[in-house]
Write a protein that binds this ligand. Structure first.
Ligand SMILES: *[C@@H]1O[C@H](CO)[C@@H](O)[C@H](O)[C@H]1NC(C)=O
Length: 135
């Protein structure tokens, strides 16, 4: 009864092993991939160019465990809602009449939405709202 001296598993060249593991490593290094209660954006606001007095809707749609609270930032500061600017129930920001070039009053700027649930918060990309210059 000569025991077989064959190694249990033939050692593969290390390159092959790495190649097999690489997709897994890449996958697991993506942020949030293994997180159960992941919060992510389905829709983020996009740059828009509008004319004065135009209405604008900037979209924001987050997916994750509810309740999700959406707030908006303009140039990094919280947007205060008023007659002209409101956060809709679906998270989008609605500006009924874009204000022109009066310094503080202007709606021009960089908008971002912030989505929060009990696990954390995510901040969207910046969308630039530009007023087109009417000649
Ligand atoms: C939210 O509602 C507004 C008005 O009905 C709509 O224009 C907008 O596209 C909606 N946003 C999303 C993310 O579906």
């Amino acid at each position: 009864m000569a025991p077989s001296l064959r190694p249990l598993a033939r050692l593969r060249p290390p390159g092959m092993l790495l190649r097999a593991l690489l997709p897994l490593l890449l996958f697991s290094s993506l942020p949030g991939v293994w997180c159960f209660s992941e919060l992510f954006f389905m829709k983020e606001p996009q740059d828009v160019t509008v004319t004065r007095k135009d209405p604008v809707i900037l979209d924001c749609q987050a997916h994750g465990e509810v309740p999700i609270k959406v707030t908006w930032l303009k140039n990094g500061a919280k947007v205060t809602e008023n007659k002209r600017i409101q956060v809709l129930s679906n998270g989008s920001l609605y500006i009924s009449e874009v204000e022109g070039r009066r310094g503080e009053q202007s709606h021009e700027g960089f908008y971002q939405c912030l989505a929060m649930n009990k696990y954390g918060a995510i901040l969207s990309q910046k969308a630039h709202l530009t007023l087109s210059r009417v000649r």
